[in-house]
Design a protein around this ligand. Structure first.
Ligand code: F6R
Length: 369
């Protein structure tokens, strides 16, 4: 049932082009218009939403952070992201005009379920993004947008993460369309870019050997840092989480801009630092800022491993290793830049002889608070 792969995790990493394609399937007509009929929340309610709060835990909460960047940009609706267990116990400001988006692969995470109940008691509408048909969280929500990643067996989430990100883009684009804002042309472009994603993810997988070799060569490191900006920030945190969970190595993800406010003190000779670099063709000076962050850590002895867009030659001179991913729009990049980090963690843990499907101390669904 592992289809010849050594672990479910490797199998699931390789199922990601399909997970994203299946999550997009049937939700976009040929005229670039989205249809999310299954949502079942009245359009007039969705038009009047004045705040979105995404609640989730762990990897699913990183999806929320990506969703925040996308939804705020496309829809201009203030969007917060909060860990379910923090949301629930801090008297959050929620009312009938709040749309709460609960993201959960399993649909059974107790912390998220309690947060869903709390939000509904305050009058908010709750939309679940979930991978498990008929599970508790979608049953207790007002609406559900299912991800179609298929069952995820490995404890650490991979294909569900990419499918959840895809679903949150769909939600953001749908709300933007519904509210008829000025981004309609950009929305069409993004939908075209999304449709090309499964192929591009496959292209990243086709080059996995490069990252596996790197992982083998790094099997004895005892700390790895990950840096990113904008949507690269949650990707960095996801890369760090995967490495902690699977390889039991100390790892941390930082917003690259935060470096000089503290974390740069950690950098010493030989410290491995992954840097998720945004497209050089993206907005503002995001790319230049990240390149200068690479230079800052390199100057202090870091061993830099860079995930960059194909054709980005500027990063080469500052990087020990460069791993290129295909070009796409800035907001969609997490669907590509996360993949080498998953492969890295999985390969390094396997090299150490650990069971990547069943990491110690972890359970697939956390049904206790
Ligand atoms: C990490 C991981 C966990 C889950 C978290 C939430 O690889 O799998 O951090 O993302 O426990 O689980 P769900 O999405 O089922 O609510």
């Amino acid at each position: 049932e592992k289809d010849g792969y050594p672990s479910f995790m490797e199998k699931e990493i390789h199922e990601q082009p399909r997970a994203v394609a299946d999550t997009l399937l049937g939700r976009n007509d040929s005229h670039g218009k989205l249809t999310l009929d299954e949502l079942r929340i009245d359009e007039s309610i969705l038009r009047s939403v004045d705040k979105i709060i995404v609640i989730a835990c762990g990897t699913s909460a990183y999806v929320g952070q990506v969703a925040k960047y996308a939804i705020e940009h496309w829809c201009r609706i203030p969007t917060e992201v909060e860990l379910s267990h923090e949301f629930r116990y801090r008297d959050p400001i929620v009312n009938e005009k709040t749309l709460v988006v609960a993201i959960s692969q399993s649909g059974e995470t107790m912390d998220t379920l309690m947060a869903v109940r709390h939000a509904r008691e305050q009058g908010a509408k709750v939309l679940a993004i979930c991978n498990t048909n008929g599970s508790t969280i979608p049953r207790e929500s007002d609406a559900v947008l299912y991800t179609h990643a298929g069952p995820e067996i490995a404890v650490a989430s991979t294909k569900a993460f990419l499918a959840q990100i895809t679903a949150s883009y769909l939600l953001g684009l749908y709300l933007a369309q519904l509210r008829g804002n000025k981004f309609q042309d950009e929305i069409k472009t993004i939908l075209t870019d999304l449709a090309a994603m499964p192929e591009k993810i496959q292209a990243v997988l086709d080059h996995e050997q490069q990252i596996k070799d790197l992982a083998v060569s790094m099997k004895d490191v005892n700390s790895v840092l990950f840096l990113g900006r904008h949507v690269g920030f949650p990707v960095a945190m996801e890369g760090a989480l995967k490495l902690k969970e699977l390889a039991y190595i100390h790892a941390e993800g930082f917003a690259a801009g935060e470096l000089k406010h503290g974390p740069i003190a950690l950098i010493e000779e030989g410290q491995p630092v992954f840097v998720v670099v945004p497209s050089p063709n993206g907005r503002d000076s995001l790319h230049a800022k990240v390149v200068s962050n690479i230079q800052e850590v390199r100057a202090r002895g870091a061993k830099t491993i860079v995930i960059a867009e194909a054709g980005d030659e500027a990063v080469r001179q500052y990087a020990e290793h460069v791993f290129y991913v295909p070009a796409t729009s800035t907001l969609l990049a997490p669907l590509l830049t996360t993949v080498p980090l998953q492969i890295f963690a999985c390969a390094l843990a396997s090299e150490k002889g650990y069971d990547v499907d069943q990491p110690r101390n972890l359970a697939k669904s956390v049904t206790v608070e």
